[in-house]
Design a protein around this ligand. Structure first.
Ligand code: M6R
Length: 610
């Protein structure tokens, strides 16, 4: 996955690069490196480990120059070694490259380059790019050499490139890996994401696939691989720089859990008007079309896929539209059957997840309309879809998705109201109740957060357990999956999410008196009574029961060892509340175990490889 950042300025850029890298570290933290040009020579420092660890050894801030690149690595090709850390250079140390992505034909390119006398220093796929540019350089301009080199490359890349002989020019290129250009005041930036440069500029240009940007401190030019100049729109980002800081919290994950009342309130803001749901102009799907659709297919990965599963409940129960939910990574290999009345919805926090992008591309091949539900403005997925509804969670930095998930649920709920109204599947009173229900959610979330002490107690008691099971039925089953995913990601404890009634078909054999079993059991008219029976089954086998229940529930506290209460709300909305105790439980357990919560091992926030 990797993170890249670059700056060209009239001032020393080392702090900007360092801070940029600190903000990008969620993308990869195997190794880190920086490169500056001074007196037409490269000064490179790199090492294995996280930014702070390597910084202690090499002191990145001692480097200086008015142009530079930084990289944090999530290794794909070549082990985690200093040699494989970026930047990589050509034979004559004139071209320096940082890269995020995978060069798929690197082996054959490398073979050819070696035959032509190039010497390789690392085992990475990235290094071929430096040598390919060197090969193409001869008498041409550096930007032409980059273009010619990239024409020979297959695969994905976001690239930052420096040429020692031209210390005023930074070159960037993109294909299927995210890259944004930041427009500053007498300085310009490249970065893998917006938050990493948000303290310096809010004006950005999103590069599209197969585009090259040539940056000097005063100017940004964007070209296609054919060399033709492109006119691109500069967009202004609405996120504040503070939103990407920890603001006194020990971890981003905790801050982001606690931000949920605000994030939901923002997601609803100005979208509920006079009993109607109103989306912004980028939603762009006409009522006429929305009346005609007869099927929805949701594509997403990880936590966003869990949001899709809950979306299915909303869309089928309330808007009466048959809905399938697919993993992005599976969809394109399944020969999906889609027709013109199918709407495909992509859900993604980052808007850059390679598997979801691939699924969206597959959908578009079938000529269907697509809608994205996304948190990152201007990201790839939003640019590929006909319609967009933004979640307004603000930057989510912690690798474990929390506020992005609950705002995705809020958007799916709003979209369901809109469809139900257009398609007349609910009456005015039902719509009114739904709107009132979601309006209460920010305040109700606050009261769930107030249960944190009880959740902390559970974490203190059970953080040493090696396994756990999460059970729920109906709309609570995806929440069980999400609770288990949160625990796995940040604490590395094995956890399984199961439909509570499926337990008796196998997993019940795992239950003994050492097994914590988390039940998501808010009161509802569908499965509540059955779940009480499932709780008894676990109790009979000695399992340690932690339950999430509706306030004033008298039955569950009699059966569970610990009960965490959430306020009463509508069935499909309860998931926004019931997931929060599970996020906090995962957080506190990971904290007790001393895990690196915001950067769990092997995980990256944005998974830009398929
Ligand atoms: O950015 P996306 O929503 O597309 O990301 C999808 C998954 O990679 C993501 O939800 C992942 O599962 C999270 N780490 C979960 O906390």
């Amino acid at each position: 996955m990797c993170g890249i950042v670059g700056v060209v300025s009239s001032n020393n850029v080392n702090e900007k690069l360092f801070n940029g890298l600190a903000n990008l570290e969620y993308r990869g933290y195997d190794s880190v490196g920086m490169c500056f040009i001074k007196n037409k020579r490269f000064y490179i420092k790199k090492g294995v480990g996280k930014l702070e660890e390597v910084h202690k050894k090499v002191n990145f801030l001692k480097l200086n120059g008015n142009i530079g690149l930084g990289h944090c690595r999530w290794s794909t090709h070549g082990g985690v070694t200093e040699k494989n850390a970026h930047p990589h250079v050509d034979c004559k140390n004139r071209i320096s490259v940082v890269h995020n992505g995978i060069i798929e034909n690197y082996s054959e390119l490398k073979e050819g380059l070696i035959k032509n006398g190039h010497k390789f220093y690392s085992q990475t796929d990235t290094e071929v790019i430096a040598h390919l540019i060197e090969d193409s350089l001869k008498d041409s301009r550096i930007e032409d050499a980059v273009r010619n080199a990239l024409k020979r490359v297959e695969g994905s890349y976001a690239l930052g490139i420096l040429f020692a002989g031209q210390p005023d020019k930074l070159i960037a290129a993109r294909n299927e890996s995210p890259l944004v250009i930041g427009i500053g005041n007498n300085e310009n930036f490249i970065a893998s994401d917006v938050p990493s440069i948000l303290s310096y500029t809010k004006k950005v240009i999103y590069l599209d696939d197969k585009e090259i940007a040539v940056l000097t401190k005063e100017h940004v030019g964007i070209f296609g691989l054919d060399g033709n100049k492109k006119n691109k729109k500069t967009q202004t980002i609405s996120w504040s720089a503070e939103a990407a800081q920890k603001s006194g919290y020990r971890h981003f994950m905790l801050k982001e859990i606690y931000e949920q009342p605000r994030a939901i309130a923002d997601t609803l803001d100005e979208r509920l008007l006079n009993g109607n749901v109103v989306f912004e102009k980028e939603f762009s799907l006409a009522d006429d079309y929305l009346t005609k659709i007869n099927r929805i297919v949701i594509v997403a990965c990880g936590t966003s896929w869990h949001a899709g599963l809950i979306g299915k409940f909303m869309l089928e129960e309330l808007a009466k539209i048959p809905t399938d939910v697919e993993y992005g990574s599976e969809f394109r290999y399944r020969h999906p059957l889609l027709d013109k009345n199918t709407l495909v919805i992509a859900i993604s926090q980052s808007g850059e997840t390679a598997d979801t992008i691939a699924a969206l591309k597959e959908a578009k091949k079938h000529g269907v309309k697509t809608l994205s539900i996304c948190n990152a403005m201007g990201s790839s997925i939003t640019r590929m879809s006909e319609g967009v509804i933004y979640t307004r969670a603000g930057p989510e930095i912690g690798v474990a998705s929390t506020k992005a998930f609950t705002t995705q649920l809020a958007v799916l709920y709003l979209f369901t109201i809109l469809l139900s109204k257009i398609r007349k599947t609910l009456n005015e009173k039902q719509i009114k109740d739904m709107i009132e229900g979601i309006r209460r959610i920010p305040l109700q979330l606050q009261s769930v957060l107030d249960e944190d002490d009880e959740i902390l107690k559970c974490a203190e008691l059970y953080h040493h357990k090696l396994n756990s099971i999460y059970l729920g039925r109906g709309v609570n089953f995806p929440i069980a999956l999400e609770g288990a995913l949160k625990l796995k990601e940040v604490s590395y404890i094995h956890a399984e999410g199961y439909p509570a009634a499926e337990m008796k078909h196998g997993p019940i054999a795992l239950i003994d008196k050492s097994m914590p079993v988390v039940f998501i059991a808010p009161h509802d008219v569908y499965t509540y009574k059955k779940v009480l029976g499932n709780i008894e089954e676990v109790k009979a086998r000695g399992g340690i029961i932690i339950a999430v229940a509706t306030e004033n529930d008298k039955e569950i506290p009699k059966k569970a060892k610990h009960t965490i209460f959430i306020p009463k709300t509508l069935y499909t909305l309860s998931s926004i509340l019931s997931v929060v105790p599970l996020q906090l439980l995962a957080y506190h357990i990971a904290d007790k175990l001393g895990r690196d919560i915001d950067k769990p091992r092997s995980l990256a926030k944005t998974v830009t490889v398929e």
